[in-house]
Design a protein around this ligand. Sequence first.
Ligand code: BGC
Length: 460
Amino acid sequence: MSATQQASHINYICMAAALGGLLFGFDTAVISGAENLLKIQFSLDATMEGWLVSSGLLGCIIGVFTTGIISDRIGRKKTILIAGIMFFLSGVGCAFAPSFTILIISRMLGGVGVGMASVVSPMYIAEFAPASKRGQMIAYYQLAITVGILLAYFSNAFVVAVSKDQISNGVLNWLFSEQSWRAMFLIMCAPSILFLAALFKLPESPRWLVSVNRNDEARNILNTIRTPDDAGKELNEIVNARNKNESSSLFPISKAIRIPLLIGIVLAVLQQFSGINAIIYYGPRIFETAGIPSSNALAFQVIIGAINLIFTMVAIKYADKYGRKSLLKYGLSGIILSLLLCGVLFYTNNTQGYLLLVLIMVYIACFAFSLGPVTWIIINEIFPTNIRVKAVSLCTLALWVAVWMVGQFFPWLLEKAGAAITFWAFAVFSIFNLVFSLTVVKETNGKTLEEMNEVFISPH
Ligand code: BGC
């Protein structure tokens, strides 16, 4: 293979795996359009509504655990495939659910897929990408999340538009018009099929193959994505690293693991405590609180979604050039500033006008080029292969628990303490994150996965 062919092959591999993020984004955003319709259809009380939201998250947690257990046994590729199948089954199950219970079970299945993909997709990319492009390639995963969110908004809007008409075909009329929430979920099957089709052509991760002593297969795969010299060198490094770290247990936690684990878990939790999902999903409600009419909720969601997508490209371009820490430094500074100012606007009752909207856009842009992608990049590159999946699962689990906590406490905080305090609380967590990122997080830019041990054992 020529160098150009190899470059496009590796790009294909990483982009296909990144599609896990597309389903992640779609699955988490689709519910925002379906929720009200489901409330009416099943006459949901507050407890049942709580189930509707938390069933997906519970599924995510199950998915993360499952991946931690199975991915070292069956390999990365099969694990991603199972995640893709879960998404598909969830789409069909939700669309044709005969009862609320089946709907909840199907949502949970989708959650399992999201949870699995959130561990294995970026990790698979990290294990394939050349060290010099790893940041960029893991950021594809974040880009796919943002595309998924945007696609879900558009597809929900499309279904709402179609549902106003009477459709002559009985089944289609039931799906798209009478009970249009069904179509919102059914559409999720399309990206699932695309994902599954792209996955079949993917090779297994060479690092996993070496971990199960299939060195020859690993060599063959490396030869398709690296020059013969680089492939030989990388294989030796992987084999040496495996021989040094035979045990695949997280415990006892050695010094080389302790600091990466602390970094991974703290970054994961603080990414969520920056309030990103509260602002993305409750954005329209925040604008309503500010006196801006909610009739244009979709327009706001689309603007926020588009900015999220566009600024993720900045991370794709610069994560490997300027390093992870620089992006975190500038991004978090912008996040803190915009959150503090949003709080001031609410505190001083100055929320009419466009300044609030501009500040929220600045916040999203800063998140998109820093905290969003960089958190996923760092979590997936700092652990040695023998414990990577377990350690990444633990960090990702912390992230999902934090998603759940924000979902539970944000509406309560907004109601009890008001919007100003809520924004300031997110700002305080982001200040912690900035201090933590500047002092504890180590720069990992350009290092191979096998060199990470040295980064954390000899601090610089
Ligand atoms: C976060 C998600 C969030 C998304 C928004 C991701 O990095 O983990 O919780 O919804 O970014 O783009």
